[in-house]
Design a protein around this ligand. Structure first.
Ligand code: HEC
Length: 304
């Protein structure tokens, strides 16, 4: 290996150190980005779902209040048993049916394990929720995440308690209004007991798939970080090459020529930095060497 090429490889290692440092910073930024993005996205998705859930719960509550405070006191004394205007649960169910047509991804369910309508029998997680409400602390209701019919939901559930008024329709098939018996039969949905928890009302908002949301954001961030680092790298390569490596290579070349006696070219730099100082030090050394060389040659001439 020639002297020149060995020195080029050595000066190359200055830039390698820069690039290695930059690469480590790049990796660290990505490693920090992964958990940060995950937690921020999770937090955002849940708080958004939570907000929607509260809204939905209040809408259902309002519909129930309309029946309790307005339509039931009006129609019941007249002997009108039309369920949606007499039962707040049926009104909430009607609301759910209409709402589902407009917003199929949302969930409003009124379930009971002794239902008039078989479609209202709790399924999967709903059964578990009903049990939790029955044997837990039902007054608080509960908020949880879970899967219903294959979709992930943030769910708010409240217990449905039987009061005396419910027994008009849910008491017994013998006393229930004829339309109800005609429509739902006599097997199920009756013999409810006042004060017991007969069912649950559930409101669910869809939870967007956390992993795919995280992945999407992560890809965006990775691309951004990579582009930024690539730009920094390109600028750095240029600056290191122009400001450090090239001048050092020049000084090395001249110093080599001077030391071999092939040239007496002065070292010159206008720069006001370390490279400038280095160049000027070399120049001082070159002059000292020249003076010393002249003295030596004079001495040797004198000796002749
Ligand atoms: C005027 C009759 C009537 C009254 C009073 C009534 N309901 Fe109902 N209820 C119905 C009908 C009809 C259905 C079935 C609706 C359907 O097709 O989904 C129903 C359904 C339900 C369901 C869903 C499970 C099922 O049986 O299909 C629950 C829970 C429920 N009612 C709770 C109550 C509660 C609690 C009360 C008292 C506060 C009450 N209901 C009062 C008529 C009534």
């Amino acid at each position: 290996m020639s002297l020149a090429s060995r020195e080029t490889t050595k000066t190359g290692s200055v830039s390698t150190a820069f690039y290695r440092g930059l690469f480590i910073i790049y990796l660290v930024s990505i490693l920090i980005a992964i958990p940060t993005i995950y937690f921020i996205t999770k937090d955002e998705l849940y708080s958004q779902a939570d907000k929607e859930l509260k809204l939905m719960v209040d809408v259902v509550r309002s519909a129930r209040s309309i029946v309790r405070e307005r339509t039931r006191p009006h129609f019941l004394p007249q002997g009108v048993f039309f369920p949606p205007v007499v039962s707040s649960t049926v009104m909430a169910k009607e609301l759910a049916t209409q709402f589902k047509k407009l917003q199929p991804s949302y969930l409003i369910r009124m379930v009971s394990d002794n239902p008039l309508n078989k479609d209202n029998y709790p399924q999967g997680l709903e059964l578990k929720v009903l049990e939790m409400l029955r044997y837990g602390n039902p007054d608080d209701g509960l908020v949880m995440t879970g899967e219903i019919q294959g979709n992930q939901y943030l769910i708010s559930a409240a217990a449905t308690k039987v009061s005396d008024g419910c027994l008009i329709c849910h008491g017994s098939a013998k006393t229930a209004p004829q339309e109800i018996v005609d429509r739902y039969g006599t097997n199920s949905g009756y013999a409810w007991k006042t004060g017991t928890i007969i069912g649950a009302s559930l409101v669910g908002v869809p939870l967007a798939d956390l992993n795919s949301a995280v992945l999407k954001r992560f890809l965006i961030v990775i691309v951004t970080i990579t582009v930024l680092f690539a730009i920094v790298l390109l600028v750095l390569i240029r600056v290191v090459q122009q400001k450090i490596i090239q001048p050092i290579q020049e000084i090395t070349e001249i110093a080599k020529e001077v030391s071999l006696g092939r040239s007496n070219q002065p070292f010159y730099s206008e720069r006001d930095d370390e490279i400038g100082a280095l160049t000027r030090s070399f120049e001082l050394m070159r002059r000292s060497v020249n003076i010393a060389a002249k003295k030596i040659s004079k001495l040797s001439q004198g000796n002749k």
